[in-house]
Design a binder for this molecule. Structure first.
Ligand code: DX5
Ligand code: ZN
Length: 217
């Protein structure tokens, strides 16, 4: 499975989003963090801005919804043309129905787990989703340290997916850098979100390539 790099525009310049989307054009996806100040203690952007990001982005958009009531709001992001829409397991009332709705709008459906959320209750859902996002920091802010304790969950998730013979991608988000990406890849992740590591780099395209190379070894 090849490694996909999804730079998080949470660390981009929000006054120059189109410019920064072009700076990450060598990546696979543009990761867009939507926060509502309810599910997480931070507020970012909503649907109207994401609609424009989808229109101007040179690469497919990977939306990560850190919001309450995704059952109500997530399908709009799929309709806007995001290639992948991920909602949190802790917030969804009817995750199977929501994943089906996202897929019916042509998006890949992603299910996210906070660091303290166990995998066990969600193994039965793996057949309904395209990606499992194992959060490797507490959601809400960029620039935090990778929680090493999440590696075991990544490993268990990858094993459950292969045991069920499914083609579900495993994404990691939070504290992903040259220092941590190999451990996440070894544990079974194949989609890597990196915000501060990419946008904090002197040479953004080189950083994306370096991360991809480390994750593909
Ligand atoms: C955090 C967000 C992340 C964030 C990652 O809640 O979901 O996507 O941008 O930032 P870094 O890579 O700096 O940890
Ligand atoms: Zn994210």
């Amino acid at each position: 499975m090849s490694a996909l790099i999804s730079p998080s525009i949470l660390s981009a310049d929000f006054a120059n989003l189109e410019r920064d989307l072009h700076r990450i054009a060598g990546a696979d996806w543009a990761h867009v963090d939507v926060m509502d100040n309810h599910f997480v203690p931070n507020l970012t952007i909503g649907l109207p801005v994401v609609e424009r990001i989808v229109q101007v982005s040179p690469i497919p958009v990977d939306v990560h919804l850190m919001i309450a009531d995704p059952d109500r709001w997530a399908p709009g992001f799929a309709e806007a043309g995001a290639q992948s829409v991920t909602f949190h397991a802790e917030a969804a009332a009817a995750p199977v129905r929501l994943a089906r709705a996202l897929r019916s709008h042509g998006a890949r459906a992603g299910l996210a787990l906070k660091p303290a959320t166990g995998l066990d209750g969600f193994v039965d859902l793996l057949g309904e989703i395209d990606m499992l996002l194992v959060m490797t920091v507490e959601p809400g802010f960029g620039g935090q340290s990778f929680i090493e304790g999440t590696l075991a969950k990544i490993r268990r998730a990858r094993r459950a997916i292969s045991d069920a013979d499914l083609d579900v991608w495993v994404q990691v988000d939070g504290g992903v850098s040259r220092e941590t990406i190999e451990r996440a890849a070894d544990a079974g992740a194949n989609v890597f979100v990196a915000g501060s590591a990419v946008f904090g780099a002197q040479d953004i395209p080189a950083e994306i390539s370096a991360l991809r190379d480390l994750a593909s070894r």
